[in-house]
Write a protein that binds this ligand. Sequence first.
Ligand code: GLN
Length: 299
Amino acid sequence: MVETGESDYISGEELRQWQKQAQNDAIAAEVSAIELDMFLEALTDLTRLDLRLDDFGDRPYIKLNQPWSAIVKLWERRITERVPLQYILGVVHWRNFTLKVSPAVLIPRPETELIIDIAYHAAPSAGSGNWVDMGTGSGAIALGLASVFPEAMIHAVDCSWSALAIALENAQSLGYQNRVKFYQGSWWGPLHSLKGKVSGMVANPPYIPSQELPNLQPEVILYEPPLALDGGESGLDSIHHLVQTAPQFLQPGGIWIIEMMAGQGEAVTSMLESAGCYRDLKILPDLAGIDRFAIAYLQ
Ligand code: GLN
């Protein structure tokens, strides 16, 4: 964030006028007006309530955390270039965390928050031992696991160095750097020493079928890393790989949990069944009631 200078203020009246125009621009561009409130909340000293009550027009000045001209340009980028708000602000709120994000990492989604609760409820002994987050991105899942399993060691893997740099920063700013270890590599590649010793694996792997990528919202397809989205022709390449490879690393009774796309439940169930070494498979919905997660235990 830019340091606040003496001149980084605007009158309530001026801000109100700009806000009205920005709201219209948002509506025309089919961007939710709520995003404008989130934007102003992040970059000014206005609270969400001030914005809701719309009672700041009389204030002689509102404090800005960067020059007004820069703030105006940022909102223009949101509207005209479709840059996701989270990349513009550089942060996302996810569970009880504020995480740094950049286009090097997928923006952690609200629906993924639940995967941490699923792991927590599935874990027999308060989740001690080794937990793995495959394809950690911003580190969200690894950090969520660290927060609910205070006894566990979390191993987070990503093939992208630039993603790992962000994940490490997030771990440090939340104080988990001693319990979350980061590894660069492909899937289990860097985790050889953990064969047969993993209590649980959690992953939000790429699962969008390649041919559907061009149909995603422009915010996603233009700015989010394709590596985190593209699941190959069927969308299931990475999930299939994790079904096949996890049994060498999980301990008996070890937990396997992934996020998937609506409609993939049957295919994932049959992959797990035909692997022949998992038990108690379940498909679980997200909070919108959409089948979103698969869980199984190694026999
Ligand atoms: N949930 C993401 C989306 O809707 C996709 C994440 C993924 O492929 N794992 O774009």
